[in-house]
Design a protein around this ligand. Structure first.
Ligand SMILES: Cc1ncc(COP(=O)(O)O)c(C=O)c1O
Length: 409
């Protein structure tokens, strides 16, 4: 095993700079380009403590990466194939193909469904922008429907009136790890013969009525961005389906439209998962169930300790079991509270400060403030608190104390 070679790659583990922008996102030490807070700031609670997660599985990751360096399977390869099998089993699906991001998996999902120019796809304005990118990439139009105030997810009651003869798919998101209300949405899809695409980028292992999300629709797409519940040591994504023909074509589209080398059946993409990411995801997948339980422990502790404060807390719907990718509280004075947390060394974040219909990139859709009032209010009020498996009871208590201090003042 070539450990000196592995050391070059795994040096990144020390600072967890798997993506150049993580430092800005998670509020860590910019000087080191790292997520680790410097020693004189040890009391601070980072919004996300990726280094703690990496430390907990470091030996396994080192061995997996060294194996990839030995076999030189850098694009797809045996570790990706094994991960695809294991992840399909985890979701309870027939097929899983590894991608280089969740965004590319979503793009291919819409290609598989034949969505194209001038078509419409119904989706949520309150999500990470990549959900809408996939629609734009195929030349279609995102048609937004407002969200349900309690779960932040697409409101099933509003979908039907948005359907036109151009509608080609419905693409809700299991936002923050909480499942959307699958049954009424599926009923509308069946009635109008529309395929359902689940954006499962934030909901690895979340459950709807006891069943893991990811196989309710024709296709579901996962992200393995490093900060996700199951995160690669770099970029990664997956397309999951029970449809063998979709799976076969997805594998071709991710590899330049080719199944036989240098023969190209259609215009394709370079969307392959890297071998090293297959190897690292294979390691982390083994811990995902335990990590999800730990996230749920943190969420329940917050529920207990924050009850009685003026905050609106996230609640699981009767039919849902959240994977708690995020723990998002709400308050009208959200910006002041965020500043108070920042000033007191508690990392927090906004998901998302501006709904998609009001983003500059979608100005041509012609929306205005007030079009989706529930999403707009959520964008003004939501605040994501630190949540990760490694968060200790002591740290949770400190987050809560700082919040209570804000309301006392
Ligand atoms: C809801 C949602 N959809 C899609 C994506 C895109 O995934 P990726 O960043 O892997 O391209 C993300 C990632 O942040 C996401 O949160």
């Amino acid at each position: 095993m070539n450990w000196s070679g592995a050391a070059v790659f795994t040096r990144n583990f020390t600072n967890c700079s798997f993506n150049r922008d993580l430092t800005a996102i998670f509020g860590c030490s910019a000087a080191h380009g790292s997520l680790i807070f410097s020693h004189d700031m040890e009391e601070k609670i980072p919004y996300l403590d990726l280094p703690a997660q990496i430390r907990s599985v470091r030996k396994e990751l080192d061995a997996a990466i060294a194996r990839t360096l030995d076999n030189c399977s850098f694009c797809l390869g045996p570790d990706v194939t094994q991960f695809e099998k294991d992840f399909a089993r985890f979701v309870g699906a027939e097929h899983c193909s590894g991608f280089n991001s969740g965004t590319s998996a979503l793009h291919v999902a819409l290609l598989l469904l034949g969505v194209g120019r001038d078509d419409e796809v119904i989706t949520t304005p309150f999500t990470f922008v990549a959900t809408s990118w996939a629609i734009s990439y195929v030349g279609a139009k995102p048609v937004y429907v407002d969200i349900d105030d309690a779960t932040f997810n697409l409101d099933p009651k509003l979908i039907e009136r948005a359907i036109t003869r151009r509608t080609k798919a419905v693409m809700p998101v299991h936002l923050y790890g909480h499942p959307f209300d699958v049954d009424p949405i599926l009923a509308i899809c069946r009635k109008h013969k529309l395929p359902l695409v689940e954006d499962t980028a934030q909901a690895h292992g979340a459950k709807y009525k006891g069943k893991t999300v990811g196989t309710f629709g024709e296709i579901s797409c996962y992200s393995f961005y490093p900060g996700k519940n199951l995160g690669a040591c770099g970029e990664g994504g997956a397309l999951v389906t029970n449809n063998a023909a979709f799976d076969k074509r997805a594998r071709s589209l991710r590899e330049h439209g080719s199944t036989v080398r240098y023969y190209h059946d259609e215009v394709g993409y370079n969307y392959r998962m890297e071998g090293i990411q297959g190897a690292t995801l294979g390691v982390k997948l083994k811990h995902l169930k335990k990590w999800t339980e730990e996230r749920r422990r943190v969420a329940h502790r917050y529920h207990e300790l924050l009850a009685g404060t003026p905050l609106q807390l996230p609640r699981e719907a009767a039919w849902g079991e959240s994977a708690y990718h995020l723990y998002v509280v709400r308050h009208a004075r959200r910006d002041d509270l965020k500043k108070h947390l920042d000033d007191n060394g508690v990392g927090c974040a906004l998901h998302y400060p501006l709904p998609l219909h009001l983003q500059k990139c979608y100005a041509e859709l012609g929306h205005k403030a007030g079009d989706f009032p529930v999403a707009e209010k959520a964008a003004r009020e939501c605040l994501s608190l630190p949540i990760y498996p490694e968060l200790t009871d002591k740290q949770i208590q400190r987050v809560v104390d700082v919040i209570k201090d804000f309301f006392r003042k």
